[in-house]
Design a protein around this ligand. Structure first.
Ligand code: GLC
Length: 561
């Protein structure tokens, strides 16, 4: 079956966290046949591409982002035949498949690292190995080469006696970073991409790909730059162009995950004339509730800051000819409905969680870029709210719980922070029905089922007028049908002093003008003149028409000239 090639400006991508989507064989873990069985559901939603998170063999220290074999399917997720069948069945429904390429690091169980440990010089050169500071000679570790922190807490360096060196791991200690200055590593990575392209996939998502080029000189981080010290490194654009050319994927649907990146770099990653990627994920808008920029310190979301970040990225990428991936949720983020909805709880149909979920969807879908729906967004899934640390599976959450205790927080407070910030918020099983285990598995789920599944689930929403699912479905249709949304200009609007928590923007193409206003406030507010008096309302998240010049709590309205 020929590859699916759709205009990415008109497309909608759906992200599947394979482990938590649908379990077909009762072992409590989602799998590839489980996804195949839900393709009709996804076709009904109308999405164009599925991005599958890693399903390759892995010791699962980092949810599968620690890969021990890039060219196989982990038996827990199925077989290569299951994979081929999924691709064929998706293609029959005109849905493309995008795979996750994790090429910044391997698992330490990967053959390359194992060979390095065994002393093979060729493979030692695949990794970033350094002597310790103050070491008196071979065998004496000394101190870590730099003071860099890894993403999940603690030093980014690990002393390995079998290597006689420290190795760099920007993520978990089981994820040694590959040395992209080594041309053989770059060719080996291109070969992995080629392998899957030849197997018939339609696109790729590149994991933390702006971290592949490390700084020329390894020095202590003295200015508190943290991750931005190794983001968008000196050769990153050159390496990406080379990867794309060698793997033969120029023009395919591609997206890069860019950690602590800049607008200037994202323009370069994504403008077509540079032949790097179709679009990029950036994360600045998801840090507006970090106190002093720190993920594990809570603050209320700063909507003024959110608006200014969106404005910078929307107008800036447009001016530079780049392209944004639009999203609120993924497998690394808490659920946006909880986060931006005043902790919107789930009480009843039509409750604030639904209102908030629809408002967020409007805000995202009508901006300039390609929207990504994360599994369960279309149902309005919220944070699970686990009641003990044992219920969490994620390495980062468990590490930081300990770090918070060591820093003097009490267990209840530390648990509260983990419940707000954990990546497991996005990794709880997909809620298919109100049956036990939410219809996700007939066995014991690998991670707990949220209590909200009783009300928030596909069975209760598919085909039900006014449900979140049907709302998303209409947004996908709108996205496909509307030129002004796909390709029009974007410009942010000032909603006025009395609307500090409103994000408003316009999209224009020729004579057509759409105006979008989304309130993140839990109280009504008055709007400045947005020039919409004579316009028709094309979309909203309340049953009745909006009042002129005002928005109700969490109201979203779209007007058309
Ligand atoms: C990306 C993934 C995340 C993973 C990390 C290391 O940020 O989305 O889940 O832990 O890369 O691979």
């Amino acid at each position: 079956m020929a590859a699916i090639e759709k205009d990415f400006r008109r497309s909608v991508v759906y992200q599947i966290y394979v482990k938590s989507f649908c379990d077909s064989d009762g072992d409590g873990v989602g799998d590839l046949p489980g996804i195949t069985g839900k393709l009709d559901y996804l076709a009904r939603l109308g999405v164009d591409y599925l991005w599958l998170t890693p399903f390759y063999p892995s010791p699962q220290r980092d949810g599968g982002y620690d890969i021990s074999d890039y060219r196989a399917v982990d038996p827990v997720y199925g077989t290569m035949d299951d994979f081929d069948e999924l691709v064929a069945q998706a293609h029959k429904r005109e849905i493309g498949i995008m795979l996750d390429m994790v090429l910044c690091h391997t698992s330490c169980d990967h053959e390359w690292f194992q060979r390095a440990l065994a002393g093979d010089e060729r493979y030692r050169a695949y990794y970033i190995l350094r002597d310790g500071r103050g070491s008196s000679g071979p065998g004496d570790p000394g101190q870590p080469p730099t003071n860099w922190d890894c993403a999940f807490g603690g030093s980014a360096w690990k002393w390995e006696p079998r290597l006689g060196k420290w190795y760099l791991h920007l993520h978990d200690v089981s994820q040694p970073d590959l040395d992209w200055t080594n041309p053989e590593v770059r060719e080996a990575c291109a070969d992995v991409v080629r392998f899957w392209k030849e197997r018939g996939v339609d696109g790729f998502r590149f994991d933390v790909v702006n971290l592949i080029s490390k700084p020329e000189v390894f020095e202590d981080d003295l200015s508190g730059q943290g991750r931005s010290l190794f983001a968008d490194g000196p050769h990153v654009h050159e390496y990406l162009r080379e990867l794309v050319a060698r793997a033969g994927i120029d023009g395919m649907m591609t997206v890069g995950e860019m950690a602590s990146t800049t607008l200037e770099n994202c323009v370069r990653y994504t403008r077509p004339e540079d032949h790097e990627l179709s679009m990029s994920f950036s994360f600045h808008h998801l840090k507006v509730d970090y106190a002093a920029g720190k993920k594990w310190e809570l603050a209320e979301p700063d909507i003024g800051q959110l608006r200014s970040i969106f404005r910078t990225w929307q107008e800036g990428m447009q001016a530079g000819g780049g392209w944004n991936a639009l999203f609120w949720d993924n497998h690394d983020q808490p659920r946006a409905v909880t986060r931006f909805g005043g902790r919107a709880g789930v009480g009843e149909r039509g409750g604030s969680w639904e209102r908030v979920g629809k408002m967020l969807a409007v805000c995202d879908f009508l901006m300039k870029g390609t929207p990504y729906v994360y599994q369960g967004d279309e149902l309005g899934m919220v944070n699970p709210g686990y009641d003990s640390i044992e219920q969490f599976r994620d390495v980062e959450s468990r590490n930081y719980y300990q770090i918070m205790l060591e820093m003097g927080k009490g267990p209840a407070e530390a648990l509260h922070v983990v419940n707000e910030r954990s990546r497991d918020n996005g990794r709880a099983p997909m809620q298919w029905s109100s049956a036990p285990a939410a219809g996700f598995t007939s066995g014991e789920p690998w991670i707990g089922i949220p209590a909200s599944a009783r009300l928030v689930n596909a069975e209760a929403e598919v085909g039900v007028e006014g449900s979140m699912f049907e709302f998303y479905r209409s947004l996908v249709k709108l996205r496909h049908a509307s030129d002004v949304i796909a390709t029009g200009e974007v410009r942010f609007l000032d909603a006025g002093e009395e609307a500090p928590k409103v994000i408003a923007y316009e999209r224009t193409l020729g004579d057509e003008r759409l105006v979008v206003a989304c309130s993140f406030a839990d109280a009504p507010c008055r709007l400045a003149d947005l020039g919409v008096e004579k316009y028709e309302v094309v979309l909203g998240n309340y049953d009745d028409a909006p009042a002129p010049g005002a928005l109700r709590p969490y109201e979203a309205v779209v007007w058309r000239s």
